[in-house]
Design a protein around this ligand. Structure first.
Ligand code: GUN
Ligand code: FE
Length: 427
């Protein structure tokens, strides 16, 4: 078993006490074995992190890797028009190679900006190719094919027969769930109520319980989407999901901006999880999510960049700042402080994925999913009073990420992502 010792770092543990320590982290295989100052540990490899910041890898709880290649082609429209005019035709035009390279390009950008775990949603076809890219890259990911068997506006090429959608999902699950030393998990991805029959959603409910996996969907992102659901199902979005029996602890809702009190109560009482996507919500003019209210009610909220057409570089540093700024402008400067936001980007994401025992913080026994930030420029000012939370959330950028480790393996060092050759991706 390979051992590593990271020395002399400023360790932002993101543990329950938000401890920031100066010292070393010892790793055996994929597990953090010890944390302390001047650790005595025989290591195959020593990583000198003197003056650098060691953070848990970011956990992004809503991504569409299949949309990375659509960046810059989907601007200035609201959700439903954007899907109909841009995203669905582009997803329908995907082939196996384009899904693979879209995923690889997205993963490269995620790793470069310190993200080590994602919850992803692919398109209807070629999801196997996305899983191959994930497997090769070393990223930790939950992913699945998108499911859409309903909706007059959905292009024919993406319209599925209900049974086929469910069967193909189970085939992929059986091939990929638990693969790559457990780094890969399957998640059922019914796109949103607008594109799914009740029969499909009931099937997802039963299969996700049978296989004990997550369900990843969009809900209450946009007012027209909500009106469509109300017109066709006679209920508000989350009320309908609950009516079907899908509102359970394994359900993860992306966006969830326009929740009413009853929907918030259902989410809280049923243990449903939420993902905040601030960049996407602004770009598509979807609205402002009620993040402080949800968190005050004890609902786990993670952060996700959504697809590249919404956030360009899938950059968690940008999403963290937007998360803070949107709430500050409405509720004042302390409503979303740097600690809260950094916690959402790490432990909060882990909680949304039900992986709080495994990832999200730097603690003994947890998996070694880590990033090292080189904030050298700030150290040039020694009298600067070090508030590490402020520095990371408000001052650091993805260009400061120097080294990234997932499952104890170094996937980026000196800003070079190991398994992903950018030229090959862009060819
Ligand atoms: N709702 C249904 N599909 C999508 C999608 O691809 N992106 C976003 N942001 N919302 C959606
Ligand atoms: Fe999305």
């Amino acid at each position: 078993m390979k051992t590593k010792l990271i020395r002399n770092a400023v360790i932002m543990t993101m543990n329950d006490n938000n401890e920031v320590l100066e010292g070393d982290v010892a790793i055996a295989g994929n597990v953090i074995m010890a944390i302390g100052s001047e650790l005595e540990f025989e290591a195959d490899e020593i990583i000198d992190a003197g003056g650098k910041v060691l953070l848990p890898g970011f956990v992004q709880t809503h991504i569409h890797l299949c949309q990375t290649l659509f960046r810059g082609r989907a601007d200035d429209l609201a959700l439903i028009d954007w899907l109909r005019q841009k995203i669905w035709p582009l997803e329908a035009a995907h082939n196996e190679d384009s899904v693979y390279y879209s995923a690889l390009l997205g993963i490269g950008e995620l790793i470069r900006s310190g993200t080590t775990t994602i919850l992803d949603m692919e398109t209807v076809h070629h999801t196997d190719a996305a899983f191959r890219a994930i497997e090769e890259s070393g990223l930790r990911a939950l992913s699945g094919k998108v499911m859409m068997d309903y909706g007059t506006e959905v292009p024919l090429a993406l319209q599925e027969v209900t049974e086929t959608s469910l069967r193909q999902s189970v085939d992929l699950l059986e091939r990929w769930h638990g693969a790559a030393n457990g780094r890969i998990q399957y998640a059922f991805c019914p796109r949103f109520v607008v594109s799914c029959t009740e029969e499909l959603l009931v099937g997802v409910r039963d299969l996700s319980e049978q296989y004990n996996v997550k369900v990843h969907t969009h809900a209450s992102e946009n007012k027209d989407e909500i009106a469509l659901v109300e017109a066709e199902r006679g209920m508000r979005n989350v009320v309908y999901l609950d009516h079907i029996g899908l509102a359970r602890p394994n359900l993860i809702l992306a966006h969830s901006i326009w929740l009413d009190d009853e929907e918030k109560r259902i989410i809280r009482e049923r243990g449903v999880k939420v993902t905040h996507c601030p960049g996407s919500n602004m770009k598509l003019a979807s609205g402002i999510a009620q993040v402080p209210e949800l968190m005050r009610e004890g609902i786990p909220v993670g952060i996700g960049a959504d697809g590249a057409p919404c956030n360009n570089n899938l950059d968690m540093f940008q999403e963290m700042r937007l998360t803070a700024f949107i709430q500050k402008i409405q509720h004042g400067p302390t409503v979303m402080d740097a600690r809260t936001v950094l916690r959402m980007a790490t432990m909060g994401g882990a909680e949304v994925l039900g992986m709080e025992e495994e990832i999200g913080s730097i603690e003994v026994g947890k998996l070694a999913d880590l990033q090292i930030l080189d904030l050298e420029d700030f150290h040039a000012y020694p009298s600067y009073d070090a508030d590490w939370f402020s520095r990371v959330v408000y001052a650091a950028t993805r260009g400061d990420v120097d080294t990234v480790m997932i499952d104890g393996e170094i996937v980026m060092r000196g800003k070079i992502v190991k398994t992903i050759d950018r030229k090959r991706v862009l060819k």
